[in-house]
Design a protein around this ligand. Sequence first.
Ligand code: BGC
Length: 250
Amino acid sequence: MSVLGIDIGGSGIKGAPVDVETGAFLADRYRIPTPSPGNPDQVIEVIRRIVDHFAWEGKIGAGFPGPVRKGVIHLAANVSDEWLGEDLTKLIHKATGCPATVLNDADAAGLAEMRFGEGKRYEDAYVLFLTIGTGIGSALFVKGELWPNSELGHLKVRGKDAEHRAGDGVRQAQDLSWKSWGKTLQEILLVYDFLLSPDVIILGGGVSKKFNKFGKYLKGTHAKVIPAELRNQAGIIGAAMAAEEALTLD
Ligand code: BGC
């Protein structure tokens, strides 16, 4: 069964047809930079171009960088505020004619990681999956079941959102060393560890491929901290999985 997975991000919108049984891409990923300021009309137009690119006619699953309840956007921290209250499921359907399922981007990436990545080994555990990019996205898994729409990147740590302290955007903008950024990330992970007592924390997002550079600074959590296996593809794969299973995340 194949589904077109789409990952809507603050800097790029990416899509690929996914074999949801295996998690494999059935064609090369297609990426279009997110037009500024990333309002609904602009993003829908990009999604339409991705659908055209693959001449797609089946189901679509899309991950959005904010909490999504029954297809409706409730917070858009790193894209335009014009999203608030919009029903993205309906907008995609209207623009493309394809049935759509929409969920939070980190939830999507977490689902993929739990099914096809490191998470496979932790399906009986309490797992905190984090995707670290411009923002910090989170997905909580209670013995394999997703608790959707957690927004732990916005937890205030010393008066500031966690993602504004330890997001990869901060590391890049301030040109931080792995040591200095790693220590800030450690501070955030210690807070999550204390508040949630997960068994394992899986770190995803592009930066997770550099885990060998910063992993050594992530000391002191009771939870085991490991890098994700799927990295940047996870958001696309998980969005496709959600559409296939028509998860209604509310
Ligand atoms: C959003 C989350 C999202 C994360 C990663 C945060 O700013 O509020 O919903 O998962 O960024 O994109």
